[in-house]
Write a protein that binds this ligand. Structure first.
Ligand SMILES: CC(C)(COP(=O)(O)OP(=O)(O)OC[C@H]1O[C@@H](n2cnc3c(N)ncnc32)[C@H](O)[C@@H]1OP(=O)(O)O)[C@@H](O)C(=O)NCCC(=O)NCCS
Length: 200
């Protein structure tokens, strides 16, 4: 990892001061394909309250000196909203046994330096430390291959996630709603989960 980047991990109440940084980074980074999120502070307030309400939420914060340049999040799946839990319950998983990874958002100029790998490592170590989870999971938006906003040089993160030991589970799907860049209204997006079994 680049020597100037420092990672700090925070849990529960201590995440609070970093919620505005997370909102800022989400709005900046998720404007890119495939998220295409037209950032909205009210939306962020509502979405991020799930993390504030969980006493076991976990943030990894990447600093370049005093600047927050990236963040990665997680919390027990049982503390998540029904939209995330229901596909698991329907397929016979117990949400109590799953630790859910929220977003990883890193400013462009800091990518390719190993920070994203560390985001996974630190979240998995934390999930293991709670000693009650069998799996870690996250979800990613599905966009059509011929989506008008797909950059010609777009590289999906699928290979990166495979290398971290995650497998795509198309049977575990949910929908999440946000406003795409340039859209007047929020629309539902299909989200597919990826899972990894934690070692015993
Ligand atoms: C996802 C994200 C955080 C990954 O961050 P990152 O720091 O670029 O990832 P890393 O550098 O750790 O790893 C990426 C790859 O680059 C490689 N890499 C590491 N150091 C490198 C270097 N100095 N030069 C080139 N590549 C390098 C890593 O080995 C890894 O490749 P691998 O999968 O073959 O091992 C970042 O791409 C991002 O913010 N994307 C936009 C938001 C997003 O889509 N988030 C995920 C869904 S929430």
């Amino acid at each position: 990892m680049a020597p100037s980047i420092q990672l700090k991990t925070l849990t529960g109440k201590s995440i609070e001061p970093f919620i505005p940084d997370l909102a800022r980074l989400r709005i900046e980074v998720f404007r890119e394909f495939p998220y295409l999120y037209e950032g909205d502070m009210d939306y962020e307030k509502n979405y991020l309250s799930t993390y504030s309400q969980s006493f076991e939420s976990f943030f990894v914060v990447a600093f370049d000196d005093h600047d927050v340049v990236g963040m990665s999040t997680g919390l027990p799946m049982s503390h998540e909203t029904d939209a995330f839990k229901t596909p698991f319950i329907d397929r016979g998983y117990d949400p109590e046994s799953i630790f859910y990874f929220g977003e990883s958002v890193l400013q462009k100029s800091y990518r390719g330096l190993g920070v994203g790998v560390q985001f996974f490592v630190k979240r998995e170590v934390y999930a293991q430390s709670l000693k009650r989870f069998t799996h870690t999971a996250f979800c990613a938006v599905e966009r059509s291959e011929n989506h008008a906003s797909r950059p010609s040089d777009y590289q999906s993160l699928d290979t990166f996630w495979h290398k971290r030991g995650y497998r795509k589970h198309p049977e575990l799907q949910t929908e999440y709603s946000w406003k795409d860049v340039g859209e007047a209204e929020e629309t539902n997006k299909p989200m597919i989960f990826w899972l990894k079994k934690l070692s015993d």
